[in-house]
Write a new protein. Structure first.
Length: 527
């Protein structure tokens, strides 16, 4: 397999989880549940999902709940010790510890406590209604080996605990189908099949994940036969076309999957932004109308993506309904100039200026990659045509601290992961604004804030009525697009190479980014 970058830790809950982290995580870890390609949740470490019908999911009159989970009795950690209820009780304490840097504390913040029924069965008491209480997937309460990490945690040094080599070396003890046996930082990770895996020994003996940042180098490895599956190292549209056009498809095929939202964030914090006019909805609408986003989608995806206003991808059950309800901003430069004029901006010569004669300046930044750089360059071109003075920059995501990323001055491009709706709409809520108080942890870059959206998000993620959840989700997305809270651009398209004969890797659920290894224990070579 290939990844374009290394990861910082195998502890997915204690790191910023992107596509690479998700794919790596499923090699060494198995959560209670997993999302399959049809968009349905299936038990993995658990014997079954909690159910209202079976009485293992109880909703109380006050809105609090209780769910009962049973761990597969044959589940083992990589050191051979059994996975028990104590590992979940310990994990909850770790993830709720305010002294530790935990980027996403959902759903642990909704849990009152965990109580043991026996070594393999436990009850979770929830302090509020939580729609995903039966969907504890990779980022939700993943267990931790208490027998290994307990003494280190009880030593009382949070920094030492989080920086311990356990998380980044073959000392790592997971409960997944493969054991980490070697990690050459920035070069490769090597995994061996875990003989005692609870679903049976994996059919592959070994998986090597090569770290290859350059897209052309990834293509070279594909064409030379050195790579069997690209996974998190999705090919660029250009290299995907080259691989498809290779004689005999180079012994495999490229699979195209439309998923997460590619979008630009506006900086709303008046203490940070260098362009206060972004706070005016007319200016944001003008920016959306002044960009030919269909052309940019074609450019970035080689014609494989549609224009996207929201993270709801084609194939999602709500896609058609959302498309009918939300605001759309087709390319219309004349309308864009009219809105800018209403907001007090006019053109002098070729420069957009305000009533005081000050030019409209705008910085566009984001993480560095071939697609991202191409996208930012196209945005700069269209906004320059409106008379804006636009500068473009890029940063290395892994080499830049959270504070610097949070304090972008104008627009920030990137991908908004939303493989789990409506839960992942939290990335647009006020509570997810990265601030000094949160140590700049939070997914709502730019800090868009709308009280009505926040309220609808709560309904969409806590109501036990399916129709009510759907209604709230659609209404929330309508507000997001009416306000142009973010600038939707296109859907991220994964172009993944799979060698002929490798059985197992396949499509993901609509909108999902990463997680191709969710069924890695079943991958095998066709005979």
């Amino acid at each position: 397999m290939v990844a374009t970058r290394d990861i910082s830790s195998l502890a997915i809950k204690l790191s910023d989880a992107g596509a690479a982290e998700i794919d790596f995580s499923f090699l060494a870890n198995s959560p209670l549940a997993v999302l399959d390609p049809t968009g349905h949740f299936q038990p993995l470490l658990a014997t079954e999902l909690p159910s209202l019908e079976r009485g293992t999911w109880v909703v109380r009159p006050d809105g609090t709940m209780q769910t009962t989970w049973t761990i597969r009795p044959q589940a083992r950690w990589h050191d051979g010790q059994p996975v028990t209820v104590q590992d979940f009780i310990f994990a909850l304490a770790v993830y709720r510890d305010p002294a530790l840097l935990v980027p996403d504390r959902r759903p642990e913040e909704y849990i009152d406590h965990i109580s043991a029924v026996d070594d393999h069965t436990f009850r979770i008491d929830w302090n509020q209604s939580y729609l995903q209480a039966d969907q504890l997937i990779f980022k939700r309460l993943p267990p931790l080996p208490a027998h290994v990490l307990g003494p280190l945690y009880r030593a009382g040094d949070p920094q030492a605990f989080q920086n311990d080599p356990f998380w980044t070396s073959p000392a790592y003890v997971g409960d997944g189908p493969f054991r980490l046996v070697a990690w050459d930082k920035g070069v490769e990770q090597r995994y061996a099949a875990f003989d005692q895996y609870f679903l049976g020994r994996p059919q592959l003996d070994e998986i090597v994940v090569k770290i290859i940042p350059d897209a052309n180098a990834v293509l070279g490895n594909v064409l030379s036969g050195a790579v069997d599956f690209t996974g998190a190292a999705s090919l660029s549209p250009e290299t995907a076309h080259t691989a498809d056009a290779a004689p005999g498809h180079a012994g495999g095929q490229v699979v195209h999957t439309m998923g997460s939202l590619r979008a630009a964030r506006f900086q709303y914090d008046p203490a940070v932004t260098t362009q206060p006019a972004l706070a005016d909805v007319r200016v944001r609408q003008a920016i959306a109308l002044g960009i030919d986003r269909a052309a940019i989608a074609d450019l970035v995806s080689a014609g494989t993506s549609l224009v996207a206003e929201t993270p709801v991808a084609p194939g999602h059950p709500l896609y058609d309904r959302v498309q009918q309800a939300i605001a759309h901003y087709p390319y219309d430069p004349a309308r864009a100039r009219s809105l800018l004029a209403d907001a007090g901006w006019g053109v002098q010569g070729t420069t957009l200026v305000n009533l005081a004669g000050q030019p409209f300046t705008l910085d566009i930044t984001g993480s560095r990659s071939q697609d991202n750089d191409t996208e930012r360059g196209a945005l700069q071109g269209y906004l320059t045509q409106l008379g804006m003075q636009v500068t473009v920059s890029a940063y290395d995501l892994r080499a830049t601290d959270r504070e610097q990323i949070a304090k972008f001055p104008g627009l920030r491009t990137g991908t908004a992961i939303a493989e789990d709706l409506p839960s992942d709409l939290n990335i647009y809520t006020t509570a997810q604004c990265p601030t000094a108080a949160t140590r700049y942890v939070g997914d709502n870059g730019g800090c868009w804030s709308n009280a009505a959206f926040d309220q609808l998000y709560q309904v969409a993620t806590t109501s036990l009525g399916e129709a009510e959840r759907a209604d709230a989700t659609v209404q929330a997305l309508t507000i997001l697009t009416d306000e142009v809270g973010i600038l939707g651009l296109s859907h991220l398209v994964q172009h993944d190479w799979i060698r002929a004969g490798l059985v197992g890797p396949g499509p993901l659920a609509a909108g999902q980014k990463g997680g191709y290894t969710w069924n890695v224990q079943d991958w095998h070579w066709a005979t």
